[in-house]
Design a binder for this molecule. Structure first.
Ligand code: PEP
Ligand code: MN
Length: 263
């Protein structure tokens, strides 16, 4: 299969000047769960840049558990985010929920995120596979590593080789954390595939105070990067506030995980 390591060298996915995978130094991607307003996303983008982040995340189409919850600003939010990214020299990653939106989202986004809930939406996978836009493929919360890699195969088989895998926690018997961060998946996926593997500690932890330790653990396990939720005012966030770092905490995280240890 195309996803298998075989004799292939590690795939490095390049997005603008950002390189993810292989022997590249680990990257920090950060931003709010949802794009909420022009001011919020511009402030977030500045915080990400100042923390040493290389890409801005933010959701415009949100897959919420309840239909009454904030569903995202849609394309209006995407344009704001595109501008916030550009103003700060940051490429952007955003989730696309529906196959019909792929082409339009790809016009403004540098990376298309496939969310955990859509990991086996095969029509969506085929559609992003038809583009040449980089894809961030989150592991489904109840998906095995085999199923995750099979989902990546859909994108690769469509002719898009720019796939980044993302472990974001899985469902287990444990309820103390929102999900159980499966760092074994990083080790296994790096052995079995040539693709970059990054970790989202925020959706695994569900609480911001646990995020820095999980970041350290992810990098120790060999992750090529981190994607972390951060918000200028997490307590007022319209989604995932409890797990979102303040911009100050993000800056501290950047100093901690991106600076080489002083000799
Ligand atoms: C998100 O990134 O905000 C998100 C919805 O992630 P996941 O699909 O991993 O739950
Ligand atoms: Mn979120």
């Amino acid at each position: 299969k195309l996803v298998d390591r075989g004799d292939r060298p590690d795939t490095v996915v390049q997005i603008g000047d950002v390189r993810i995978g292989g022997d590249e130094p680990p990257v920090l991607i950060a931003g709010p769960c949802s794009v909420e307003s022009r001011e919020q996303i511009f402030e977030s983008a500045r915080g990400v840049r100042e923390a040493g982040g290389v890409m801005l995340r933010g959701g415009c189409f949100k897959p919420r558990t309840l239909p009454y919850d904030f569903q995202g600003l849609g394309f209006e939010g995407l344009t704001m985010m595109h501008e916030a990214g550009r103003a700060n020299g940051l490429p952007i990653v955003t989730e696309v929920l529906h196959p019909r939106d792929v082409e339009a989202v790809a016009r403004e986004a540098d990376v298309l995120q496939i969310g955990a809930r859509n990991m086996q939406n095969f029509e969506l996978l085929k559609e992003v596979g038809r583009t040449q836009t980089a894809v961030l493929l989150k592991r489904g919360m109840s998906s095995s590593i085999d199923e995750w890699l099979a989902a990546a195969e859909y994108v690769l088989a469509g002719g898009n080789e720019r796939v980044i895998l993302c472990e974001r926690g899985i469902r287990t018997f444990e309820t103390a954390t929102r999900n159980t961060l499966d760092l074994s998946a990083v080790v296994v996926a790096r052995e079995r595939t040539h693709l970059p593997v990054i970790v989202d500690p925020s959706h695994a932890a569900g609480a911001r105070r646990w995020v820095p330790a999980l970041c350290r653990a992810a990098l120790a396990a060999g992750a090529h990067g981190l994607i972390v939720e951060a918000h200028p005012d997490p307590d007022q966030a319209l989604s995932d506030g409890p797990q979102s770092l303040t911009l100050e905490a993000l800056a501290e995280l950047g100093r901690e995980v991106l600076s080489p240890v002083a000799a």
